[in-house]
Structures are given as C-alpha cells and as structure tokens.
Design a protein around this ligand. Structure first.
Ligand code: MTE
Ligand code: MO
Length: 298
C-alpha cells in the first residue's frame, strides 16, 4: 500500500491498539468488513485516539454532566427511526427520514483534530459527508445567511433533560459560509462502525476548527435563516462562549488559558501541547474571517 495515497486509521493507529480493537470486535462476534477508503486530503496525518477514548470520555449533557455519563446512559436512546426536519429558507423543506438525508451523499473517512473548549483534545476518525452536499440537495435560498441546528428533545430517554436549569433542546448554528466549507461534515460513524450513541448517533455535526461545543449531536432539525441563531452555550454564558468559537490560543477563556491543550489518552507521560489557531486548519479557513477581529468575534 502506498503510504500517502491509501492511508487509513489502521495504518496510523499503533499496531497493538489496532490488534486489540480487532480482537475485541471479533470477540463480540461482530467482525465487520472495513470499507475501503483512501485517506483524503482533509484528514490529518496523526494517530487517532482509541475507540475506547473516543466513546468513553464524552460531553453530552442530555445524559448528565460527567464525562462517563454519556457512555453509561446513552444506550437507551432510540435512534431508529430517525428523521430530520429541514426548513426555513430552503426550496425543499420537509421532514426527511435518515435514509433520505443520506441519499446521494458519499460517506468518507475524515481524520480530524477535535479540541474542546475545556482544553482537552483528541484525534477522531469520523465517517460522514459534507454538510454542503445536503444543503445543495434541499436548495438554499439566496436570502439565507445562517444555518441553525437542534438536538432531539426526549427527556424520557435523555435523563439530563430533566434538569430544568438548562435551556433544552441543545441548539447550535453556523454562518452559511462556515456551513458550506468542505471541512464541515455531518458524521454518521467513526472507525468502522455506526456512530456510538454517546457521540451523537445517528447524525451529528463536526466542525474541526471550532471548539467542540459547536459540533452538535443527535440532530433532528436544520433551519436556514437570515438572522444569527441562538446557541446554547452563548445563551448560558455569553461572556465565555461566543457564536464563532473558533479555536484560538490567543483568546483565553475568562477562567482558563487556551494556549495549550491536554491530549486524551496520551498515557502517563503525555504532556500538554500547544493549541493551534483554528485548531491547525487555518490554511483552509482563515479567509472566512478576513477583516474580523477574532477577539471580538470569539
Ligand atoms: N446535543 C449536544 N451536543 C453536544 C454536546 C451536548 O452536550 N449536547 N456537547 C458538545 C461538547 S461541549 C463537546 S466537547 C462535543 C463532544 O463530542 P464527543 O463526546 O463526541 O467527543 O460535543 C458537543 N455537542
Ligand atoms: Mo466541549
């Protein structure tokens, strides 16, 4: 296999970890055929975190505030059937079944850096498709300037939603040019499996140059608007969490530095590493913010 053109997570995952995961899967009687996917130009050349890290250390407040709550409680979530209501300034509004949402979109592997605003980070081998592909299909009207997203509201299955101090459902938003950027994906899985429920099954946003809270999980509604939509963390703490939330080591959180980050799963001897502007995706996305003051538009 040529190293640069055909490059998959199994090639960059330390061999022992890879074998271990394969054995686990085989042991569970669920050995799956791995789809053959070449590494595309959007993927980073860094070893992904283990499946155990990615699906065992999560933020998904619908299932509680602890990092292990999502893995413990998300199993009860019904993700089939699933539909997404797409509306607002689009030509073809409607309630789309998940299969219909996926129709015609090619699922690719995208190995992305992922940086939480809390200053931990991972590398995740997502499977997904460009949000732009779905937006093209539903037809974005010329007056649309933003895309709003909403997570499922179902307190019977999402015990965290019984906490009335949080403005459920979780909502997020992007400017239209951010939403149309080829790095912005709707993810349907990771490694060679469907999206774990704790990671936002069956469909979640991934915007790798922004803090993790922008990457909204378990999406049921997508609305094209001409006004900047409200976003959950901005509603909760507007001085700490802005609409843009671009990863930026020069703009500290009011309560902690964003200059460095703690890679998850690095083991006992792993130190912190420097956080990169736009999480290292500046060559691809900096032009979106030309003329904006990133300290003001945080
Ligand atoms: N609906 C919803 N989406 C969410 C969250 C959440 O609590 N609810 N947490 C966000 C935060 S803070 C982060 S860091 C990422 C975590 O994604 P992961 O658990 O897949 O790593 O999901 C984001 N999307
Ligand atoms: Mo986060």
């Amino acid at each position: 296999m040529s190293f640069k053109t055909e490059f998959r997570w199994s090639d960059v995952t330390p061999k022992a970890m890879f074998l271990n995961r394969r054995q686990l899967i085989a042991g569970a009687g669920a050995l799956m055929a791995a789809p053959a996917m070449a590494r595309n130009k959007w993927s980073v050349d860094e070893p992904p975190n283990s499946l155990e890290d990615i699906s065992g250390y999560n933020n998904f407040y619908e299932f509680g505030w602890g990092k292990e709550d999502p893995a413990a409680y998300a199993g009860a979530l019904t993700t089939d059937p699933w539909s997404v209501e797409i509306g607002g300034l689009v030509d073809k509004p409607g309630k789309y079944d998940l299969a219909d949402v996926l129709k015609g979109q090619s699922i690719e592997e995208r190995i992305y850096r992922f940086r939480c605003v809390e200053a931990w980070s991972m590398v995740v081998p997502w499977h997904g498709f460009e949000l732009a592909g779905l937006l093209a299909r539903v037809g974005v009207q010329p007056s649309a300037k933003y895309v709003a997203f909403e997570t499922l509201l179902r307190p019977e299955e999402m015990p965290g939603q019984k906490d009335g101090s949080f403005p459920w459902p979780y909502v997020e938003g992007l400017r239209l040019d951010e939403a149309m950027h080829p790095l912005t994906i709707l993810a349907t899985g990771l490694y060679d499996q469907p999206m774990p429920k704790q990671n936002g099954a069956p469909l979640r946003l991934v915007v790798p140059w922004k803090y993790g809270f922008k990457s909204i999980k378990s999406i049921v509604k997508i609305t094209l608007t001409n006004k900047q939509p409200p976003t959950t963390w901005n509603i909760l703490q507007s001085n700490e969490y802005g609409f843009y939330a671009n990863v930026n080591p020069q703009v500290d959180h009011p309560r902690w530095s964003q200059a460095t980050e703690r890679p998850i799963g690095g083991g006992l001897f792993a130190g912190r590493k420097d956080t990169l502007l736009f999480n290292g995706y500046g060559d691809d996305v900096a032009s979106l913010y030309a003329g904006q003051d990133l300290a003001v538009d945080y």
